[in-house]
Design a protein around this ligand. Structure first.
Ligand SMILES: *[C@@H]1O[C@H](CO)[C@@H](O)[C@H](O)[C@H]1NC(C)=O
Ligand SMILES: [Mg+2]
Length: 338
């Protein structure tokens, strides 16, 4: 009874006033309409909104030596700016050698967009493992098209991550090309609120060579590099393979909005990764000889210049885990007791 009266009062206020206070109450009413959304993920602003500060903080804390990521952050901020109307889906393509943080960054992006992060039902990840059989390509293409269409019909704010794109069977991505394009509707579905992220090592060698020149020959600081320094690689098609971005799929730079080069990691970044792996396991001050021990496993290249970590920060984690278990277990259990 009281509730009904309350709603009548709100409706009354809603009709006769136009201030922010009644607007809030209106939000409260919509909550009454679908109380489940309070506990269960729904396609609304409570569960999906871009938190730029969150992303910047996560990237600063956990991803080392990648100044060009600022460009990806800006692109997301603009895509999710409520006063802009998007005329196409946002398509980001991350390029760089293994262990430079591409997967890591896409996870942080998911976490900055969805309250449930990678666990969100609106976040989808595809890789070679989803398409194992080269003989079934036309089936896979149909599957992918229908999967995306169904997801987008359910909620327009989806994130699709395609990992190790260079390893997908040729032709898989052909079916989703129209969804990346400017046409607002494909088959009756609007894709303009979606985000696509492609991860690959395509162009990793040219990024490394170009960065090497900029850094060692031109004396440029890594932190000061900007997208414009890599623009000509994009124009040259350095991030394309066999004419299309991904072999057999003519995804070219008319469909990709932003190419993000991931720079190869140097000694200081690898050391940061090692310390971070220790911190993750509650070891804040590992012994220097233990850090050095892990450091010795890192392979360096290219060739004899030995400046860049060949696999970035990959494969450090299990090595740190082993040391922590062997030498710091006592210290950690003591902390946990406190
Ligand atoms: C990312 O940043 C947010 C906001 O500062 C923080 O709550 C969250 O724990 C961070 N995530 C990680 C994995 O550090
Ligand atoms: Mg990877």
């Amino acid at each position: 009874m009281f509730k009904q009266l309350f709603i009548i009062v709100i409706v009354y206020l809603q009709c006769f006033t136009q201030n922010a206070w009644t607007f809030d109450l209106f939000g409260f009413m919509s909550l009454l309409k679908n109380p489940l959304c309070r506990y269960k993920e729904c396609c609304n602003d409570d569960w999906i909104h871009f938190r730029k500060d969150h992303l910047v903080m996560n990237l600063t804390d956990h991803v080392y030596g990648q100044p060009l990521l600022q460009h990806a952050v800006d692109a997301l901020a603009s895509h999710f700016n409520p006063s802009f109307k998007n005329d196409k889906a946002l398509v980001l393509s991350f390029h760089g050698m293994t262990g430079t943080g591409k997967n890591y960054v896409s996870n942080f992006i998911a976490a900055s967009l969805y309250i449930n992060g990678m666990e969100s039902k609106y976040v989808h990840q595809f890789s070679r493992a989803n398409f194992p059989d080269e003989g079934k390509i036309s089936k896979y293409r149909e599957f992918l098209y229908n999967y995306l269409k169904k997801a987008m019909t359910d909620c327009p704010r989806q994130l699709f991550i395609f990992d190790e794109v260079n390893e997908l069977p040729p032709g898989i991505l052909n079916s989703i090309k129209p969804m990346l394009d400017y046409k607002n509707k494909v088959d009756g579905v609007d894709y303009s609120k979606a985000v696509f992220i492609f991860l690959s090592n395509i162009g990793a060698d040219v990024i490394r060579e170009h960065f090497h020149d900029l850094y060692f020959e031109k004396g440029r600081q890594r932190e000061d590099l900007q997208m414009i320094d890599f623009e000509f690689l994009i124009e040259k098609g350095a991030f394309n393979e066999n004419g299309g971005l991904f072999h057999g799929d003519l995804i070219t730079h008319t469909l990709i909005d932003h190419y993000i080069p991931f720079l190869p990691l140097q000694e200081e970044h690898v050391r940061k990764c090692i310390l971070h792996e220790f911190r993750k396991r509650d070891v804040n001050n590992p012994k220097p000889e233990h850090v050095d021990h892990i450091f010795k496993f890192v392979e360096w290249g290219p060739d004899t210049s030995l400046i860049f970590a060949k696999t970035g920060c990959k494969r450090l984690s299990p090595k740190v885990a082993l040391l922590v278990n062997k030498y710091y277990k006592h210290e950690i259990s003591k902390q946990n007791e406190l």
